[in-house]
Design a protein around this ligand. Structure first.
Ligand code: ZN
Length: 464
């Protein structure tokens, strides 16, 4: 069955045909590690994980590379401002290296809690400085660069179709680029490849280069590392939609200019935003954002509820965050787990009709809402419980919802969130030695049909 994906390059759904029939090269842009990833960022990583799982389900072997931006991403996207990591290091009174290390680990924890499969290669910009310098040297030899007082720049006017990914008119792009004015740039859309360290402020992260001490621009790392690990041409490159006009456009321009091989990437895929209420943007840079920790772990909600919630919409549609979405996702997810638990433990055989139906939905540009509908059809079907279970667990290779984990869990794991919240409140009251409140909460929990037992390892809850 053919796999169709929406290619940002053509703005069309295309049949996926990899360069090498069985092996797929996949590059996904990773985080800039100066703060926690927010759940909007993580929506993109979930979409990319689904993509990888769907490729695997279609029997492709995937080599997945993800970068970690630990240097060179400036507070202004147009090569102005401070390095985000160095800036945070001053704020937190740690070294830039410690900041990068800490938030990289936090990011990996988020991936784990969302059951996102790690890339085959995680690569840090700071570990690949040599490769970035080499690429800039090639660009320099081919006359795509020029020097200003603060760095080596890429001359975008030397590229015939600079806007082929963004499909923007060059004038519109220039207009956007004028937000930050650098009078030394030849063209508003030009971008920095190597930035010189400032003479006034000592940087923590800087390297020698043929042009002077400094650090790489934000875009060059992805070009250098993807070519290093996936070759000069590969299949799929992903990121959030906010990368199309600037980051990916610049990656594309400089890589094709370096290698001369076109296309560098055959398919470009982009995940849409998750917004706050009324379309308000979530952004790490403004601090206006929600995390897995704040919205799930702190509230004792399984982060897989979020993974499940993202399936309610296609990845190319904007999603709006609300408490109702979470509540409804908790209920639907727990309902689903409970139904699967009721199927018993014995696995039969995978039903091919349903498998084909599921496959045709996921192969239609990752149509997860419809794929979930097929799962519900299986549950309602006339199949035996053991065949239903086998079929659903097969789907879970793509869904990644750990639908089988519930089989080994005790009843306490499917205690309603409302009860869990009360138990937590009661634990706090006990810690504060507020016995009246603690007793009141116990009565309330009882009245809702749950019993609470205090043990050495904390409170245990069970249905009365
Ligand atoms: Zn990138």
């Amino acid at each position: 069955m053919s796999f169709k994906i929406f290619n940002t390059l053509s703005r069309e759904k295309e049949v996926f045909e990899p360069i090498n029939p069985k092996k797929v090269g996949l590059y996904t842009c990773g985080p800039t590690v100066y703060n926690y990833a927010h759940i909007g960022n993580l929506r993109t990583y979930i979409f990319e994980d689904v993509l990888k799982r769907v490729l695997n389900y279609n029997n492709y072997q995937v080599k997945h590379v993800m970068n970690i931006t630990d240097v060179g991403h400036l507070t202004g996207d147009r090569d102005m401002g401070e390095d985000k990591i160095e800036k945070e290091s001053k704020k937190e009174n740690k070294t830039a290296w410690e900041i990068a290390e800490f938030y990289t680990e936090k990011f990996k924890e988020d991936l784990t809690s969302l059951n996102i499969i790690y890339p085959d290669i995680f690569c840090k910009a700071t570990n690949n400085i040599k490769e970035q310098i080499e690429m800039i040297e090639v660009l320099e030899k081919k006359d795509f660069t020029y020097r200003t007082s603060d760095g080596i720049y890429f001359d975008t006017s030397k590229i015939k179709d600079y806007t082929k990914l963004s499909h923007q008119k060059i004038d519109a792009l220039k207009e956007g680029a004028r937000v930050e004015i650098n009078i030394e740039k030849r063209n508003a859309t030009d971008f920095v490849l190597w930035k010189f360290s400032s003479k006034d402020i000592k940087r923590q992260m800087e390297w020698e280069s043929p042009w002077g001490v400094g650090f790489p621009g934000w875009h060059i790392e992805c070009s250098a590392m993807s070519v290093k690990y996936l070759g000069e041409q590969f299949d799929i490159h992903c990121g959030g939609v906010d990368f199309i006009n600037l980051h990916h456009t610049n990656e594309l321009a400089q890589t094709e200019a370096t290698t001369g091989k076109i296309p560098w990437v055959k398919y470009w895929m982009h995940g849409e935003f998750l917004n706050l209420k009324d379309g308000e943007k979530m952004a790490k840079s403004t601090g206006n954002f929600l995390t897995i920790q704040s919205e799930f772990l702190d509230k004792d909600i399984d982060p897989l509820v979020y993974r499940f919630a993202t399936y309610s919409l296609h990845y190319r549609r904007q999603m709006e965050w609300s408490d109702e979405i979470v509540t409804s996702a908790i209920n639907s997810y727990q309902n689903l787990l409970a139904k699967i638990k009721n199927l018993g433990k014995e696995k039969g055989i995978i039903n091919q009709n349903f498998k084909n139906k599921f496959l045709s939905e996921i192969n239609d540009d990752l149509n997860m809402p419809k794929a979930l509908a097929v799962l519900q059809e299986v549950l309602k079907s006339q199949l035996s419980n053991k065949d239903k279970l086998a079929t659903i667990l097969d789907f879970d290779k793509v869904l990644g919802l750990e639908l089988d984990k519930i089989k080994n869990e005790t009843e306490t794991e499917i205690i309603p969130e409302e009860i869990k919240k009360l138990v937590k409140e009661r634990e706090t009251a006990r810690l504060e030695k507020n016995w009246t409140k603690s007793d009141e909460l116990r009565k309330k929990i009882n009245s809702l049909g749950y019993e609470i037992r205090d043990t050495n390892s904390g409170s245990k809850i069970s249905k009365i």
